[in-house]
Design a protein around this ligand. Structure first.
Ligand code: PEP
Ligand code: MG
Length: 309
């Protein structure tokens, strides 16, 4: 019965009063091309790490071009946001990261690798641009682990020089959330990675299950940072997405929409529940619930307030 109820809603994400919220997919290895069958507006996070795993050196430009092309073909006519390599910390790679770092989550990971090993990023951007030219998906690119507006500007310069038209960065470090306006001045969009943003906001390793309560995406301080970024996006007139696990929780999707987030990217199975939750709420109701969640003293209260009544 619940499946039938969810299946009653199809098509683009929107609230009961018609406010659009793009519903996008997080894809990685294997599920990427199959995701083309899903009723979603495209891909909000294409994790490219899988291509680089179990190797002693980076894949060639041609190899990458073919792999990205398979995903772009599956999403022809739709948006695909490719994230450049996010190696390090929970995703170590022998040729890119230094396993002797004492604190890998605080080390040379994500975009930071480009400073010492620029060819990995340069080759990847060249491959993405070449694959985009081969297909008619609407290809966007974004960098992980951006901390400053200067890094965002540097990445945007490289991506545009490679010929990629739409360039963004992830907001997953609190400093970047605090300065989202300056970052948005350099790029076309941002996407909030709530998994890492929670880790760095609470100084709690995302791999440690016992710290789960601190990493709860309903944490009001995390919602405060999302609100700051969404407000900066509205001021700049640029999109602000969420692509961390939070985006796939129907109750949180309502809250994130109420905070002003413009797209939600999630695993394919989460899409119907999020779509249905948004269709049942007006944008004013989303905003009121977002306010209740932010004012809550803890995640359990935030959840209870939003889901009740
Ligand atoms: C995140 O940090 O929220 C995110 C989407 O990226 P990943 O989980 O791959 O670090
Ligand atoms: Mg991340």
């Amino acid at each position: 019965a619940r499946r039938a109820e969810l299946a009653a809603f199809t098509g683009p994400g929107r609230t009961a009063d018609g406010h659009p919220v793009k519903l996008l997919l997080n894809v990685g290895e294997g599920d990427a091309a199959a995701g083309g069958e899903v009723d979603a507006e495209g891909v909000g996070l294409f994790r490219t790490e899988f291509l680089f795993l179990d190797r002693t050196e980076a894949p060639t430009v041609e190899e990458q071009r073919a792999a990205y092309g398979r995903v772009f073909a599956a999403f022809s006519g739709r948006k695909v946001v490719v994230r450049t390599l996010d190696a390090g910390a929970d995703k170590p790679l022998p040729f890119a990261t230094d396993e002797s770092e004492p604190n890998p989550a605080l080390g040379v990971r994500g975009y930071r690798i480009a400073a010492g090993k620029p060819s990995i990023l340069d080759d990847q951007l060249a491959a993405i641009a070449a694959a985009a030219a081969d297909h008619d998906a609407d290809v966007h690119v974004m960098a992980p682990m951006i901390a400053t507006a200067a890094e965002a500007a540097e990445f945007a310069g490289k991506a545009r020089a490679a010929g990629i038209g739409t360039v963004g960065v992830m907001i997953e470090i609190p400093a970047a959330a605090l300065r989202a306006g300056e970052i948005l001045a350099e790029v076309d969009f941002v996407s909030i990675g709530t998994n890492d943003l929670a880790q760095y906001t609470f100084a709690a390793d995302r791999l440690l299950g016992e710290l789960g309560p601190l990493l709860d995406p309903w944490q009001p301080p995390l919602l405060d940072l999302v609100a700051m970024v969404a407000t900066a996006g509205r001021t700049a007139g640029k999109p602000v997405g969420v692509c961390g696990e939070a985006a796939g929780d129907p109750g949180l999707a309502v809250v994130l929409t109420g905070l002003g987030v413009t797209s939600l990217s999630m695993s394919a199975p989460a899409v119907p529940g999020v779509r249905a939750a948004l269709r049942r709420r007006t944008s004013d109701d989303c905003a009121a619930r977002a306010d209740l969640a932010r004012r809550a003293p803890d995640p359990a209260t935030a959840r209870a307030r939003v889901l009740g009544g």
